[in-house]
Structures are given as structure tokens and as C-alpha cells.
Design a protein. Structure first.
Length: 349
């Protein structure tokens, strides 16, 4: 199904798949893109082929870097960076008001004790459902109670671990990038260097596990989800967000869609394929989480890749693109299967 040499990569640094890494199907694989190059880090060598599974609909690169060689793709990755938020005194008057109201809502929603804060933030945010969705997603929908041990898989520089700790969780992380681990540990966080498989924790050790844009980076997603299942207590939950191959942004921007992130996103799920895999692993209940409006941002980043600009400093969308993004937003509210990202929580029975 795949073959050939990839420039800049030795034969032993690549692995070739003879089946879909999500469902195991060996036939019906479609070559979706040929010769994709890394548009986030333009110095990355290689041109990569991306396939779509005819059985489950998931997409994947084939060949791909091995677990031993994949680290070279992350040497300048964004997980290293940490930019501290502005101090309250440094904010504009409007910024101060937003901080006060946002803290008021976070204290109510997540059981935090952020200061300064106003209880009026609860009312203000409830009157702005899109803002509420953004704040809830930023907190990964952490339940206010009960709290316990929490594991963030692929925790990067530890930003979310700090958030979870302020919300009362005993939060630890695991991260394969040594530079990101160094940043996180310098912030006083408990972060283990390695992958989920190298983490030495007993079964049923955690009340919650979060994987924010991580599952698309792993070589064996089924094994990763099975490991998460074993680590969860009965009644515990797994929170996942990941790009959706059936997204409207992918349909519009094709190989420039940010969800492909060539070749770091080894596997790109569809809504159907991820929910099915979670069920097969054994999760008793799976819920799609409330919609978070992101089409305009994703369209802006994808267009930036298409014109050769930095996706992290995207130029403003032209008027016609903004109109399309807003129409996509309306469509995504009605149809979860075409949202830019899949965001679900799965519960262990």
C-alpha cells in the first residue's frame, strides 16, 4: 500500500503500515494526498503520503516516522513556549473588566479561587453562550465535584496542569518532549518524561485523564485508549479533543487544512471513527461536549498555510472568507460530524 524512499529519512527511521491504525482494515485504503510537506516547520525534510481508510474513514500517513525517530519533528514545536499572562495592573480597563468577570465565572464553574473576581461574571458569561463555551473548553469541562487525581497526557509546558491544580485537582502530566518537560518542571509541576506507556502508575489511579490534541500524534491509538481505560477509576472519565477529518475546513482548504499538520498528525479521526473506537475499548458512556466556535480561527490558520504565511500570526481573513467561516460555524452547530474538532468525554462504567 505504501513504499518508496523519503528524502532526509533513513529506511530504519520509517515504518510502513499494511493496515489502518484505527480499525485494522487492510483493504479499501485511498491515497488522499501525495507528497505533502511540513508547512509549520518548513525545514523538515520529506514528502509524505496521506491515506484515508475506506472502512472507518480515518486518515493516516504511510509511511511515517517510527516511535524512535519521530522526536525530530518536535525540536521547535510550540509546546516549549510559555508566555505568562499579563499581571492585572498591566491590563487595560477593558482587560481588567474581562479578567474580573472571567475569574468570577471560573470560580463558579470549576470551584476555583481566582482573584480579582466578581460574581457578576456568572451572569455575564451565561448571557454570552459562545464565550461560555470558550471558557468551559479552556477548562476542559472539569467537573466541579468530585475532585481527585488527574493525568494530562501530552501536557506540554504544563499550562493546563496549573489550571487544574488551581481548581483543586491533584494534577500530574506525562510528556515525551524533554524541552517541554524542562519548562514544566521549572514551574514546579510533576511531569514525567516519556509516553503514557512508560508512566508507572497502578490501574485505576485517576479520576480523570485529558488528552488535548494528543491522540492524533500517537502511533497506536487503540492501545493508548486501552491504557487510559485501565488507569481510570470506575466512574472516571477521559476528555479528548482532536481534529476531525470530515471538517468543513478540510473540505475547503484540502492539504492546507491545519488539522493535517504534516507529518506530526499520524492519525486523523472522524467523529464516527473515534466514537466507535471508544466504544470498542469499553467506555460505557460517551458524550459530545458543547460546541466551541472555532471555524473562523481554523479558516484563518489554514488560509495562512495556503498563502505561505505563519499560521500563528494569521493575516485577517478577507471578507468573503469570513462569510464562509461564519456559515461554517452555523452548520457546525447543527451537525457535530462536520465540526473542525471532535471534543468528547468518555466515562468508564
Amino acid at each position: 500500500m505504501a513504499g518508496g524512499h523519503i528524502e532526509g529519512w533513513s529506511p530504519e527511521s520509517l515504518e510502513y503500515l499494511d493496515a489502518c491504525p484505527v480499525c485494522g482494515a487492510r483493504t479499501g485504503q485511498e491515497l488522499l494526498y501525495h507528497g505533502l510537506r511540513d508547512k509549520f516547520q518548513v525545514n523538515t525534510p520529506g514528502a509524505w503520503d496521506f491515506y484515508r481508510c475506506g472502512a472507518c474513514g480515518s486518515g493516516y500517513y504511510n509511511p511515517r516516522p517510527t516511535p524512535e525517530s519521530v522526536g525530530r519533528l518536535y525540536e521547535a514545536y510550540y509546546t516549549h513556549a510559555h508566555t505568562a499572562p499579563l499581571e492585572y495592573a498591566q491590563l487595560s480597563l477593558l482587560g481588567k473588566l474581562r479578567r474580573i468577570l472571567g475569574n468570577g465565572y471560573r470560580n463558579y464553574r470549576f470551584g476555583m479561587h481566582e482573584r480579582p473576581a466578581s460574581i457578576l461574571g456568572i451572569l455575564a458569561v451565561w448571557l454570552m453562550p459562545d464565550q461560555r463555551a470558550l471558557l468551559d473548553t479552556g477548562g476542559r469541562h472539569l467537573p466541579k465535584q468530585p475532585k481527585g487525581r488527574l493525568l494530562d497526557v501530552g501536557c506540554g509546558n504544563g499550562d493546563f496542569l496549573l489550571f487544574a491544580q488551581r481548581a483543586g485537582w491533584e494534577a500530574i502530566g506525562v510528556e515525551p518532549d524533554p524541552k517541554a518537560v524542562e519548562v514544566a518542571r521549572a514551574r514546579g509541576l510533576t511531569v514525567h518524561l516519556g509516553t503514557l506507556e512508560t508512566l508507572h502508575e497502578a490501574p485505576e489511579s485517576f479520576q480523570g485523564i485529558t488528552m488535548n490534541h494528543v491522540i492524533e500524534h500517537v502511533h497506536h491509538p487503540r492501545a493508548t485508549l486501552e491504557h487510559c481505560y485501565r488507569l481510570l477509576k470506575r466512574g472516571g472519565w477521559l476528555w479528548i479533543e482532536t481534529p476531525n477529518l470530515d471538517a468543513q475546513g478540510h473540505a475547503r482548504y484540502g492539504e492546507n487544512w491545519i488539522g493535517l499538520d504534516t507529518p506530526r498528525h499520524l492519525v486523523v479521526f472522524t467523529d464516527r471513527s473515534l466514537l466507535r473506537l471508544l466504544e470498542e475499548v469499553g467506555f460505557a458512556r460517551i458524550e459530545r461536549l458543547p460546541y466551541c466556535p472555532l471555524c473562523e480561527r481554523v479558516y484563518g490558520m489554514s488560509r495562512a498555510l495556503a498563502i505561505g504565511a505563519s499560521p500563528h500570526q494569521s493575516p485577517p481573513l478577507p471578507r468573503e472568507e469570513r462569510v464562509l467561516a461564519r456559515q461554517a460555524e452555523a452548520n457546525a452547530r447543527r451537525r457535530p460530524e462536520i465540526r473542525e474538532f471532535i471534543m468528547v468525554r468518555a466515562w468508564k462504567g
